[in-house]
Design a protein around this ligand. Structure first.
Ligand SMILES: [Zn+2]
Length: 471
């Protein structure tokens, strides 16, 4: 009992001493900081705000470096001065080999940590216990900088991201380093990480549910977007092969909360319909389907209905209203080319009839009886009859609206635009499929709110890799 008391008194005294030491060091650092500014402070020269902030920013790094380095020394003094440590492989005690300095960069600038290095001869295993205690990244640029760089490059071309990174943080992060980080981060990322967890999805559903009386409508929508890709060149000296547009297939899951959309998850990849189907199934498995009313929205592409039906069997199916009306408009323009008024009325009445259950057959009958005004109209009729036949069960817009379901695919189209187009389709950009898919994963993660968690996983993986390499 008395021994425990003694230890706690001793601990308190050591802590007090550490605190006093840190305070002394920082007082000195402040003095040095002010000293650097002394010239500007006492000179007669008038200074604008910009000149003042620049002068302070120039003096600041040294101060912050001291703040960080001394803090580490105070907090981890025991581990930094270790003379013996346990080998992680054979668990035997090993004597310290050397004290090895290491330079690290964080948002607060460049610091040096001098920490003990141990080497177990029989195991051929070298290790730094302090690196693990501090959670150091094997990269010189630490986690905070990496995270910020990823967010920059998710929105900007690599070169521009690198430029702005330097301007805003004062730290150089080359586009080459960014590329490397990006590839490491995204390649290891899986759809399971990019889609929010079952708990998080349920939380979002419960939030919407608590406001309304009915179960909220969960919309699953799929769509494709053309992305500019090109392969690596095959011939010598050829960097790139010929450009080709490939379809990035994607889905978005969201809840309808009166006139608001509550985002659940987006996933886009240049991949096969089967691969997209697998991803959608993985997402669907995390949704408590008894808590929502699932509704599938898409255009006429059959691959997409197969994929959605497999993930959400028995869900309500709605053909995108606007997509449907485009087909109807195309026929009206061809058939009544010289009478816009008539074309307008025909579109109106056709869409109104399609909106009511059981009217699709009558519309198809009417189309079949229609005398085509020209060859274009004839072709339009053939197409639209086929389209209506295939999607017969997916109109009933009237009923869908009454039930609070979605009738348009605006939700997926805006996701397509926001996730794919704005970054992947920048003018002059051509992507290797792997890079394009990596970028889509990163952008989906940011939109889905899973980026932070994914970054932690990535950082843990990199640290584990480094450790196993050492071992
Ligand atoms: Zn060993």
């Amino acid at each position: 009992m008395s021994a425990a008391v003694d230890i706690s008194i001793l601990d308190a005294r050591i802590q007090r001493e550490l605190f006093e030491r840190y305070r002394d060091m920082m007082h000195k650092a402040v003095d040095a900081f002010v000293e650097v500014l002394a010239g500007d402070l006492v000179s007669d020269k008038k200074m604008t705000l910009m000149e003042i902030t620049r002068a302070i920013a120039k003096a600041e790094p040294k101060f912050l470096t001291t703040a960080v380095e001394e803090f580490i020394r105070s907090k981890h003094g025991d581990i930094l001065s270790l003379e013996q440590a346990q080998c992680p492989c054979c668990k035997k005690k090993v004597q310290r080999s050397v004290q090895a300095p290491r330079t690290i960069e964080t948002l607060l600038g460049t610091s040096t940590v001098t920490r003990p290095y141990f080497y177990c001869g029989p195991c051929k295993c070298g290790f730094f216990p302090a690196d693990a205690a501090l959670g150091l990244s094997p990269r010189r640029k630490q986690d905070d900088l990496q995270k910020l760089a990823l967010e920059f490059l998710a929105d900007l071309p690599f070169e521009r991201a690198s430029e702005l990174f330097l301007k805003s943080t004062g730290i150089s992060f080359s586009d080459h380093q960014m590329h490397d980080l990006f590839a490491q981060f995204s390649e290891g990322a899986t759809v399971e990480e990019v889609i929010p967890s079952a708990e998080e999805i349920e939380r979002r559903i419960d939030e919407v549910k608590s406001k309304g009386k009915r179960r909220p409508v969960l919309v699953a929508a799929t769509d494709g977007a053309h992305t500019p890709t090109r392969p690596r060149g095959e011939g010598r000296g050829e960097k790139w092969g010929p450009g080709e547009y490939k379809e990035a297939k994607g889905f978005r899951l969201y809840l309808l909360d009166s006139d608001r959309i509550v985002h659940i998850a987006s996933w886009h990849q240049v991949c096969s319909a089967e691969e997209l189907g697998q991803a959608l199934k993985a997402a669907a498995a995390r949704i408590p389907q008894q808590k929502v009313r699932p509704c599938l929205v898409g255009d006429g592409a059959p691959w997409l209905w197969n994929v959605m039906r497999q993930a959400f069997p028995g869900a309500r199916e709605v053909l995108d209203y606007y997509h449907c009306s485009e087909h109807v408009h195309a026929l009206a323009d061809a058939q009544y080319a010289d009478d816009p008024q008539k074309a307008f009325l025909w579109v109106e009445s056709t869409m109104a009839r399609l909106s009511h259950k059981g009217e699709v057959g009558a519309v198809i009958g009417g189309l079949k009886r229609m005398q085509p005004a020209n060859d274009t109209a004839k072709e339009c009729i053939r197409k639209i009859v086929n389209y209506l036949n295939v999607n017969k069960e997916r109109f009933n817009y009237h009923g869908a609206r009454r039930g609070g379901y979605a009738i348009g695919s605006g939700g997926i189209e805006s996701a397509n635009k926001f996730i794919c187009h704005v970054r992947v389709k920048r003018s002059g950009a051509w992507w290797l499929v792997s890079n394009c898919n990596n970028m889509l994963k990163l952008r989906c993660a940011l939109v889905n709110g899973t980026f932070e968690h994914m970054f932690d996983n990535h950082a843990t993986r990199e640290k584990a890799k480094r450790f196993s390499r050492n071992a």
